[in-house]
Design a protein around this ligand. Structure first.
Ligand code: 3HC
Ligand code: NAI
Length: 708
């Protein structure tokens, strides 16, 4: 036996404990250890039942995801996987009771289903999340799950990947008993009770598999849902096919179908991209010069200054995490408006069934409105979210410096302003940092944490830790204009406008990028955010524009006509009372007129060119940001785009996507654009170098971690 798996005994019950911290991933060595333990327990005449349990904080979070990369890169062979082990467990002539706490995910749940009984701690979670990695269950999960929970639920769990609670699992028959209190003694007691009772093999249980007439509408509905909710992804459809095989074929044949589909998904670019995103989300938490051991500052109470669009949302984010919030406004009407919006947002969550009245009331109790700085001396952190203007921000930070206690974190939600200049208004620039939430703050997962020159390491560590507590993905970025996300979004939206000015219709630009997988096209995104936001920024920074360099103009002209987007009922599109976008031929005509006046030749643009122009604009700017050290790694940029900008996860983020296309190809295309369109398209030096050396952005992750 390996030291990853221990076999012990409590009188006549054998106990197999898996110890592969942190999440007991089922690496080949763990699987081997379990196989040996099962064999030994099976042979032992004194053993009447077996309990299989996870040591540490969880049962088993699945197969070891790191193994997949080794298989697809050819570094290790794809063997028979876990299937033989699961058959061995199912066939052992002693009842196997699987005891679950924490997560039984992926291969972990598949293993649990091979046991004859399952008991669980009340807070356990069970799921087949493989689709989120672009694969499907690969150890019989699509075949055993419908036999335990029925076809409809199995399809949902395998195709959508969301876990269920222990209570639901009990109701569905996936778990036989819940154990309050200590799990192991409870599981041992349960196993003594079932000795002598029939121990069913899951693979032989066919009573929940339904009939073709019952199942066919289930599969049709699941496929339709996958096409809309998981647009562009192949794994959900493969998962549905695999569960369908369970209803039509024998268990063994079904497993073969599952294996073929699993392999197809595993070797796809989609799965590689999603696995990159999984590890990337964890990688961004690692900051080379702010190691895990860095002391952090506790954040148990906060204040938010400004209860507008962002401040109100940010206050909700804290309240949702159980942190009390002082919410300060400039005057009573603004405070009332802010609170009314918070109430409205929470009410809509109640209406949609996402929250109960009671939990909303608890959250609202945590938000304390105020018009003064009186209680600011008590809080651990302040997030400023007042209007975007340097003078106002400096005034507020000067005030915070006077009222906040030493050690409090002073954060700004600015989207464009210089954090160092804001910090200069205080006597403690080390306490100042940017926390750039995305709109709507209570929904969007991304949090850019903007490191100023002086930001203290314990302040950075505290904000990174806080992001997790808030349910956000915190990414550390440097202090440049637009930080990382918006700095890249500028060229992306600029190209989208250029394309329209050169002859593409508004709808064709949006459609090309939507079909590429973006959550929304760039023109519709502009309408949603408000075209006037960019217009104001462009007016403010016009003096920085280089004479003779082409600038987009159509959006500014639309703003001059009062077309600010959804908020004024019209922008690039017209909007009905339900804020549904309706194409407006008048705008396409107007742009044609303006383009003629500006002497811009009109031509037909393919969707391929539309995608290349917009996406490569992101990549080129991303490469500059990396080179200048404003992002730590390419993967940080990817995680920003996946969580804040609706970039399709199955493409892994802009930098990963560029690696997938091949940097030499991307570089050549950008060089063509450079020749055709001038200096805005000058290839980023880093891109050029990597292309010439035949390298990728991902390789750079390992070679070089720059601290901004
Ligand atoms: N394989 C390898 N490493 C894993 C892993 C897995 N299945 N699950 C988690 N880890 C690693 C993480 O990368 C992280 O490593 P790090 O500390 O070096 O960054 C560490 O374990 C801790 O993970 P988290 O930071 O995510 O810890 P949390 O407590 O926040 O979350 C969790 C725990 C809910 C289990 C979460 O890690 C998770 O969802 N894991 C993935 C589950 C999954 O997708 N399972 C299916 C795998 S595929 C499969 O089983 C195929 C099968 O059908 C054959
Ligand atoms: P907003 O205009 O909706 O709200 C600003 C609020 O600040 C107003 O309610 C105003 O009354 C209040 N305020 C002004 N002076 C104050 C003072 N002295 N004390 C207390 N409150 C005061 O603005 P929004 O959109 O919420 O933006 C706030 C900040 O967040 C800005 O820095 C903006 O750049 C940034 N941001 C905005 C995003 C967006 O999509 N709206 C996204 C990310 C960041």
């Amino acid at each position: 036996m390996t030291d990853l798996v221990q076999l012990s005994k409590d009188k006549n019950v054998a106990i197999i404990t898996i110890n592969n911290p942190p999440v007991n991933a089922l690496s080949p060595a763990v699987a081997q250890g379990i196989a040996q333990a099962i064999e030994q327990a099976g042979k032992d005449d004194g053993t009447k039942a077996v309990v299989l349990i996870g040591g540490g904080r969880t049962f088993i979070a699945g197969a070891d995801i790191k193994e997949f990369g080794k298989i697809t890169s050819g570094k290790s062979q794809r063997g028979a996987g876990l299937l033989p082990l699961l058959l061995q467990i199912e066939d052992v002539r002693k009842p196997v009771v699987v005891a679950i706490h924490g997560s039984a995910f992926g291969g972990g749940l598949e293993l649990a289903m091979a046991g004859h009984f399952r008991v669980a701690a009340p807070n356990a979670q069970l799921g087949q999340p493989e689709v989120k990695l672009g694969i499907i269950p690969g150890a019989g999960g699509t075949q055993r799950l419908p036999r335990l929970v029925g076809v409809a639920k199995a399809v949902e769990m395998c195709a959508e990947g969301n876990p269920i609670t222990a209570q639901e699992a009990l109701r569905l028959g996936l778990v036989d008993h819940l154990i309050e209190g200590d799990l192991l003694p409870g599981a041992i007691a349960f196993s003594r009770e079932i000795v002598g009772k029939p121990a069913l093999k899951t693979r032989e249980r066919n009573d929940k598999l339904g009939t073709p007439s019952q199942n066919s509408p289930v599969f049709a509905a699941a496929r339709e849902k996958a096409h809309t909710k998981q647009r562009g992804m192949m794994a959900p459809l493969a998962a549905i096919d695999a569960v369908e095989a369970a209803t039509r074929l024998s268990f063994e044949e079904g497993c073969q179908v599952e294996r073929q589909l699993f392999d197809k998904c595993l070797f796809s670019d989609q799965s590689k991209a999603l696995i990159h995103a999984f590890f990337g989300e964890r990688e961004v938490a690692k900051i080379p010069d702010v190691p895990k051991e860095t002391p952090t500052l506790p954040v148990n109470s906060v204040a938010v200054v400004g209860a507008g669009t962002m401040g109100g949302g940010i206050a909700m984010v804290f309240a949702n995490a159980g942190i009390s919030v002082l919410l300060k406004e400039a005057d009573q009407p603004a405070l009332d408006r802010g609170l009314a919006n918070i109430h409205k947002n929470y009410q809509s969550s109640v209406k949609r069934g996402r929250l109960t009245e009671q939990s909303v009331n608890e959250r609202l109790k945590l938000i304390k409105p105020t018009l003064s700085f009186d209680d600011f001396g008590k809080v651990d952190m302040v997030v400023e979210a007042v209007f975007e203007g340097m003078a106002l921000k400096k005034e507020i930070f000067g005030q915070l410096d006077r009222v906040c206690r030493p050690g409090a974190i002073l954060a700004s939600n600015t989207s464009t302003l210089d954090i160092d200049e804001i910090a200069s208004a205080t006597s403690r620039p080390g306490a100042v940092i940017g926390t750039h939430f995305f709109s709507p703050a209570n929904i969007m997962r991304l949090l850019e944490i903007v490191r100023g020159q002086a930001s203290g390491k314990e302040v950075i560590a505290a904000c990174m830790q806080l992001s997790k507590k808030l349910g956000k993905v915190g990414v550390l970025v440097g202090n440049c204009r637009g930080f990382v996300g918006n700095r890249m979004f500028g060229p992306y939206r600029r190209e989208a406008q250029f394309l329209v000015e050169e002859g593409a219709t508004i709808e064709s630009v949006d459609k090309a990028l939507f079909d590429f997988g973006m959550a929304m096209g760039p023109m519709a995104t502009g309408d949603l955010a408000g075209l006037d936001v960019g217009w104001r920024i462009r007016k403010e920074y016009r003096h920085l524009e280089k004479p003779g360099v082409r600038q987009p103009f159509a959006e500014d002209r639309l703003c001059e006509l009062g077309r600010y987007g959804q908020k004024t009922g019209a922008g690039w599109y017209k909007y009905d009372e339900n804020r549904r976008a309706i194409p407006d031929p008048e705008v396409n005509d107007l742009v044609r007129e303006w383009a003629a006046e500006a002497g811009i030749a009109q031509r037909k643009l393919s969707s391929e060119e539309i995608v290349d122009r917009c996406i490569y604009a992101l990549v080129n700017e991303g490469a500059r940001i990396l080179d200048e050290g404003f992002a730590l790694r390419a993967v940080d940029i990817d995680i920003i785009y996946l969580n804040g900008y609706g970039f399709p996860a199955y493409r892994g983020g802009p930098m990963w996507y560029a690696d997938t296309v091949g940097l030499d190809k991307v570089y050549r295309r950008i060089s063509e654009f450079h020749q055709q369109h001038g200096e805005l398209w000058e290839p980023a030096p880093l891109l050029k170098r990597l292309a010439q050396e035949g390298k990728t952005f991902a390789e750079l992750n390992r070679e070089q971690a720059v601290v901004a």
